[in-house]
Design a binder for this molecule. Structure first.
Ligand SMILES: Cc1ncc(COP(=O)(O)O)c(C=O)c1O
Length: 400
C-alpha cells in the first residue's frame, strides 16, 4: 500500500554523497571567532559566511543584545500585529528609514519572511510580477505565495541582468496594469550587481515599480554601505521598495522593507508572515540597531571588505580561475560539474578552508561553483592561505 512517506524512504541522494565522504551540508560549527571557526575542535579559516562586516562577533553588538534581554526578555511572545511590537522595533524602523532616505520601514522576523510577506501582500489580482531569473529563492517563494493566494496574478521572468529582455517582457504588458520588477541588488551566488539605473529607466517608461533586495548589498556596496543605490550615485529613488536582511552585514537576524509610508502601512495590514508569526526578538532588534550604528560610524569596515574582495578575486583570476561577473566580496569559483565541485570543496575543507559548494537548483545546471565570501576582518595572510589551497585543488582537478 502506498503512503505519503514512500518518497522519503526512496530518497537516497544525500546518503549516496555521504557514503562517498563528500557531504558538505549541515556541518555543525563549534566556537565561532569570525574569520576563524572550529569544526570538531579543528580550526578553520572561514570564507563562507555572510557576516561580511564581522559584526556578529563584535563585542558592542553582543552587549546590546544582552542588555535587551535583560530589559525585554528573550521573546516578544506574539506577532507584530498583536502584543509583539516593542518600542525597539519602531526605533529600528525609524533609523532604517532615515539611513535609506525612505519615508518608513517595517521589520519582519527573518529576511525570508520579509520577501514572502511583502511580495504576497503588494501583488493583487490582475497585477504582474517581473523577476530576474537569478533572484533569490525567498523572492520566488513570495511570488509563489502571491500566485497561490490571488487569482489573475501573472509571473514573468527575464534573463539575468539582461535589460533588453526585461524590456521585451514589459512591452507586452498593458501600460495601466499594476506591475513590479523584483531584483537582487547583489546576486547571492554570483556576486554581480543589478543594472539598477537601467531597471529604473525601464520601470518609469513602462509604469512599473521597483523592488530591490539588498540582502548582500547593504554594508557591502557604496562608500558608506548604503547599498546599490549608493553604488549608482546615491539616488535612493532608484527603488520604490528596498528590502534587506539583518542576518548578513548587520550581524543579527530579521529583515525589513523601506519605502513609502502608505505602501508600508498597507503591507503591514496584509502580510501574513508578519501577522501570523512571532516578531523579531529583543536581542536581535538591539543587535541590529547597534549593527546599523556601527555601519554608519565605521565606513572603513565597508572599505576594508571591498579591498579584501577585490584582492581575493584578483588573486584567483591571476591563477586562472573563472570568477564569473563578480564585482563584490562574494566570489563564485565556477567549476561547472557537481562532482568536481564537491571534490574541490573536500580538498579545501581537509586543509582547513571553509567555503560553500553550490549546485543546482541554487544555480543553473552546469554552473556548480564554490561560493567564497570575504569579511572585512580577513587578513592578507588568510587570503593567501585560501588562494594557495584552491590553487592546489584547482590544478589537481584540471580547472586551472
Ligand atoms: C538575496 C537574499 N534575500 C533574502 C534572503 C533571506 O534572508 P534571511 O536568511 O535573513 O532570512 C537571503 C538569504 O540568504 C538572500 O540571500
Amino acid at each position: 500500500m502506498a503512503t505519503i512517506f514512500d518518497k522519503c524512504l526512496a530518497f537516497t541522494a544525500a546518503e549516496e554523497v555521504r557514503a562517498g565522504g563528500l557531504y558538505p551540508f549541515f556541518l555543525p560549527l563549534g566556537r565561532n571567532e569570525g574569520t576563524k571557526v572550529f569544526i570538531d575542535g579543528r580550526e578553520m579559516v572561514m570564507f563562507g559566511s555572510n557576516n561580511y562586516l564581522d559584526l556578529a562577533n563584535d563585542q558592542r553588538v553582543k552587549e546590546a543584545a544582552l542588555k535587551a534581554i535583560e530589559a525585554y526578555g528573550t521573546s516578544c511572545s506574539g506577532s507584530r500585529f498583536m502584543n509583539g511590537t516593542l518600542e525597539l522595533h519602531e526605533e529600528l524602523e525609524r533609523r532604517l528609514a532615515t539611513f535609506l532616505e525612505k519615508e518608513a520601514a517595517l521589520c519582519f522576523t527573518t529576511g525570508y519572511q520579509t520577501n514572502l510577506g511583502s511580495l504576497s501582500a503588494i501583488v493583487g489580482s490582475g497585477d504582474h510580477l517581473i523577476v530576474d531569473r537569478y533572484d533569490h529563492a525567498s523572492i520566488m517563494d513570495g511570488v509563489f505565495m502571491a500566485l497561490g493566494m490571488k487569482k489573475g496574478v501573472t509571473l514573468h521572468r527575464f534573463r539575468h541582468n539582461d535589460t533588453a529582455d526585461l524590456e521585451r517582457v514589459l512591452e507586452k504588458i498593458p501600460f495601466d496594469a499594476g506591475k513590479i520588477i523584483v531584483v537582487d541588488g547583489v546576486f547571492s551566488m554570483e556576486g554581480d550587481i543589478t543594472p539598477l539605473k537601467d531597471v529604473r529607466y525601464l520601470a518609469d517608461k513602462y509604469n512599473a515599480a521597483v523592488y530591490l533586495d539588498e540582502a548582500h548589498a547593504i554594508g557591502v556596496l557604496g562608500a558608506t554601505g548604503r547599498g546599490t543605490c549608493e553604488h549608482y550615485g546615491g539616488d535612493y529613488a532608484l527603488s520604490d521598495i528596498t528590502m534587506c536582511t539583518f542576518s548578513k552585514s548587520f550581524g543579527s537576524i530579521g529583515g525589513f522593507i523601506a519605502g513609502g509610508a502608505k505602501v508600508l502601512d498597507f503591507i503591514k495590514h496584509q502580510a501574513r508572515p508578519l501577522i501570523f508569526s512571532a516578531s523579531m526578538p529583543p536581542a536581535n532588534i538591539a543587535a541590529a540597531i547597534k549593527g546599523l550604528e556601527i555601519i554608519k560610524e565605521e565606513p572603513q569596515r565597508v572599505a576594508r571588505l571591498r579591498h579584501n574582495g577585490d584582492l581575493l578575486r584578483q588573486k584567483l583570476q591571476d591563477e586562472g580561475f573563472d570568477t564569473g561577473d563578480s564585482e563584490t566580496p562574494i566570489i563564485p569559483l565556477i567549476v561547472g560539474d557537481n562532482e568536481k565541485t564537491f571534490m574541490l570543496w573536500k580538498m579545501a575543507f581537509e586543509q582547513g578552508l571553509y567555503v560553500n559548494p553550490v549546485i543546482s537548483p541554487a544555480v543553473p545546471p552546469q554552473r556548480s561553483l564554490l561560493r567564497i565570501s570575504c569579511m572585512a576582518t580577513h587578513t592578507e595572510e588568510q587570503i593567501d592561505f585560501a588562494v594557495s589551497i584552491l590553487k592546489e585543488g584547482g590544478a589537481k582537478l584540471g580547472l586551472i
